[in-house]
Ligand binder design. Structure first.
Ligand SMILES: Cc1cc2nc3c(=O)[nH]c(=O)nc-3n(C[C@H](O)[C@H](O)[C@H](O)COP(=O)(O)OP(=O)(O)OC[C@H]3O[C@@H](n4cnc5c(N)ncnc54)[C@H](O)[C@@H]3O)c2cc1C
Length: 403
């Protein structure tokens, strides 16, 4: 009999592990996957283009249920695992399925943070995390008029843009005056603010949400300062928290998330974890690229070719709003010992800021022209000495090569 691999969660990180594992060792395990959702595994990143009407739901389901059947993987759809018994090496699902495991992979992702304000559990107040949330938003765009999106980060801006493109009157609320303050610097934030206003998004900046108003359903949002805003739908995009209750209940070592080593093993050597639910060398990640790097190492170890190590990741962020090009990576704010190279072309709406330290590029913010984002990202990751490129660096790769 083959050893049993049980996978908890069927999101972007775990499906990558399963796919790479099947490539490397197709016959090694008897694999079962428990999925809290029902569609098969989909590309969560593309929820924003679905909301904006640029993609259909069917376009983003990369691993439909047939994918699993064709590979002999058992998929339990809409049946989350509710308990892990580490002593009996057994998981139990909501519907009562009990499965033994030899290896367990936990990839339960994150949950959207909901502000602890009065009215947060009213009907019409949702997060932005899964297809069900998008279906709720699409339903609202067909019947309702006013939307409030709380949170001016990547997800909040993408949600606000999508709802506005679908015809709702949208107010985007942010607690500071700089949108995307974790991704871009104030100069790029000012350009973004102007562009969003041109697109008829109402911006409510420096605003602390006091309460969600309504009896059974939301009707508005009130703030510590300024007048209330009408709302038929409120989308909270104020952050995420690793989804670790299941692991904690099973006594698996957790801090802010499930603690893993460089092989993505938890403190229980039979149990691996990948994705947004893990903490590696003190870091958690909320973007796909690092999770796929984790998945590659985890799959190699599960396949018993275990020589690779996950050292951690440098990340980059991109806004997915068509017509607004924005990219940032690394330490884009800088500080003691850093220098800035800045390029501005107000007429073309282009702004670039590169942060240098010790003859290396350590961060970049690009607005309006992001064509060199991947190149700058590689220079940062490879810690390239940029002394010979410095003079032309801000003009981009082709200029540097030509020079
Ligand atoms: C709208 C949106 C846009 C995004 N855009 C980008 C982007 O542009 N670039 C980028 O890099 N990242 C983006 N992200 C983030 C990216 O989608 C996540 O980093 C990635 O999906 C995390 O993968 P994961 O496998 O850890 O978690 P998830 O993909 O969330 O998968 C976790 C799965 O586990 C399931 N689950 C939870 N508990 C259980 C249980 N007990 N039993 C069974 N199943 C369970 C959940 O239902 C879920 O399906 C975006 C996210 C959202 C929501």
């Amino acid at each position: 009999m083959k050893p049993k691999l049980v996978v908890v969660g069927n999101g972007m990180a775990s499906i990558r592990v399963v796919e790479l594992l099947l490539e490397q060792a197709p016959e090694l395990y008897d694999i079962s996957v428990f999925d809290g959702e029902i569609h098969g595994s989909y590309n969560r990143i593309l929820l924003s283009p679905v909301l904006a009407g640029e993609k259909a739901v069917a376009d983003i389901i990369d691993y439909p249920p047939a994918w699993y059947a064709e590979r002999g993987v058992t998929l339990y759809r809409g049946d989350p695992v509710v308990a892990i018994n580490r002593f009996r090496r057994l998981v139990k699902s909501q519907s009562g399925v009990e499965l033994k495991y030899d290896r367990l992979l936990i990839a339960t992702g994150s949950l959207p943070l909901m502000l602890p304000v009065p009215g947060v559990s009213l009907k019409g107040v949702i997060g932005f995390r899964n297809l069900e949330d998008v279906e709720t938003m699409l339903e609202a765009t067909r019947q309702l008029r006013y939307a409030v999106v709380i949170g001016g980060g990547l997800l909040g801006i993408e949600a606000a843009n999508g709802l506005s493109r679908r015809g709702m009157k949208v107010t985007l609320v942010h607690r500071s005056d700089a949108l995307l303050n974790q991704q871009i610097d104030p100069a790029a934030a000012a350009l973004l603010r102007a562009t969003l206003r041109e697109r008829k998004l109402e911006l409510r900046l420096n605003a602390q949400t006091r309460a969600i108003i309504g009896r059974d359903r939301v009707t508005g949002v009130s703030f510590d300062e300024g007048p209330d805003v009408s709302a038929d739908l409120v989308v909270m995009a104020v952050g995420i928290k690793p989804n670790i209750d299941l692991a904690k209940k099973a006594g698996i070592r957790c801090d802010r998330a499930i603690v893993v080593d460089d092989t993505l093993q938890t403190y229980d050597p039979r149990i691996y974890a990948v994705g947004e639910c893990v903490q590696h060398r003190g870091n958690t990640y909320g973007l796909v690229a690092p999770l796929w790097e984790q998945a590659r190492v985890c799959a190699t170890h599960l396949a018993q070719f275990g020589h690779s190590r996950y050292p951690g990741s440098v990340t980059s962020a991109k806004l997915k709003v068509s017509g607004i090009d924005l990219f940032s990576t690394g330490d884009f704010i800088g500080g003691a010992g850093t220098e800035d190279l800045v390029y501005r072309d107000p007429r073309r709406g282009v702004y670039k800021r590169l942060v240098l330290k010790d003859q290396q590029l350590v961060g970049a913010v690009l607005y309006g022209d992001v064509s060199d984002g991947a190149w700058y990202f590689d220079l940062i990751k490879s810690k390239t000495n940029i002394t010979s490129l410095r003079e032309h660096l801000v003009f981009g790769k082709s200029f540097c090569e030509a020079a």
